[in-house]
Design a protein around this ligand. Structure first.
Ligand SMILES: Cc1cc2nc3c(=O)[nH]c(=O)nc-3n(C[C@H](O)[C@H](O)[C@H](O)COP(=O)(O)O)c2cc1C
Length: 325
């Protein structure tokens, strides 16, 4: 399938694997890229910029296809060394960067000078327009359904995607709630040029996470995610577990008095325990409502091939049947 996104990133299928903390290692990114999508390494999972350089080199050894790096701008008192991260991305010859968290104005000149395509992931039309204004090449429009940080507007993709289509000139992909060929065709129908998936790619054979994480996603339904940290205006959609329910009790009890330090136990340092040790009750970890559509653990190649053949079938058979002469 050819879209403005496949052309822009030099990929076979309009399917992107979004950056994911403690999931977006070289193994994940290479598996998605080898299957014809765009795999993405998550910069902030690497402890130092040098480690990121090694991860990029490792990924290059594992695939000769394009892959990207996610740079997430976190609200932090001691921010990561973003200039050094950007430098390693440039030196590593990476041609696509996914930015998220905050608009990437501060790094745009460096990325653009290096000929890097920038796709900014954001959760509203106004932030998408800002990304377009500052020179981003594409946007990943992350709806309320998404795993991770859906923002504070709570607009699902059935509204957000057509709104983005009405306003944007640059191409965009859908993100949040995407899982299969139906998702891809629906996204295309609403004006997107492809789709970005997070949760779905965790439940694949190659995802370098503990088997318990994959099984938890397969076992979960669309009713099993919760929104945490809303009182801190840092809302995150996570899979429920006893730690998450405890966190929500604290939020209810403390109301407007809630501070980050009250919930440190449930949110800080959780990812390695979940993703590497498989300690599924260690705390809050991002997961999308789309878990309700995930019932198996295929390889990335099987998953992407299935999505593309299902999408083609829907376009050529089901939708064609509805068209009037
Ligand atoms: C476990 C997990 C970790 C994530 N970590 C990040 C991250 O570090 N940076 C980022 O920009 N997005 C992150 N995301 C969001 C994904 O890139 C993607 O936008 C989101 O998962 C899309 O929604 P979906 O899960 O419904 O497919 C994460 C998502 C998950 C599920």
């Amino acid at each position: 399938m050819k879209t403005r996104i496949t052309d822009m990133f030099g990929i076979q299928h309009p399917i992107i694997q979004g950056g994911m903390h403690y999931v977006g290692f070289a193994e994940m990114a290479a598996a998605v890229s080898n299957a014809g999508g765009l795999g993405i390494i998550t910069a902030l999972t690497q402890k130092t910029p040098e480690d990121l350089a090694n991860e990029i080199a490792k990924c290059r050894d594992m695939t000769d296809k394009p892959f990207g790096v996610n740079i997430t701008f976190l609200p932090s008192l001691t921010p990561p060394d973003y200039p050094a991260i950007v430098q390693k991305v440039i030196e590593g010859g990476v041609k696509v960067v996914e930015t998220a968290g905050r608009n990437p104005a501060q790094v745009m000149p460096f990325l653009k000078d290096a000929g890097i395509k920038v796709i900014h992931k954001c959760t509203s039309v106004r932030h998408s327009l800002k990304a377009q204004d500052i020179g981003c090449d594409a946007v990943s429009v992350d709806g309320f359904e998404c795993g991770g940080h859906p923002g504070e507007d709570d607009i699902p993709n059935m509204i957000l995607l057509p709104r983005a289509a009405d306003e944007l000139d640059i191409p965009f992909v859908s993100s949040g709630g995407q899982a299969d060929g139906r998702s891809l065709v629906a996204s295309l129908a609403m004006g997107a040029e492809g789709m970005n998936m997070g949760t779905r790619f965790i439940a694949t054979k190659e995802a370098p996470v503990h088997e318990n994480v994959k099984q938890a996603i397969v076992a979960a339904s669309e009713l099993d995610t919760r929104l945490v940290m809303r009182p801190l205006r840092n809302t995150e959609r996570v899979l429920t577990n006893p730690a998450v329910e405890r966190l929500l009790e604290k939020e209810k009890a403390l109301g407007a008095d809630l501070k980050f330090e009250h919930i440190v136990e449930e949110v800080a340092g959780v990812y390695p325990k979940i993703m590497m040790d498989g300690d599924m009750d260690a705390g809050a970890w991002s997961c999308g409502m789309v878990a309700g559509l995930i019932h198996d653990i295929p390889t990335c190649q099987e998953l992407i091939d299935r999505i593309m053949s299902e999408a083609n079938e829907i376009i050529h058979a089901r939708l064609k049947g509805f068209a009037t002469a």
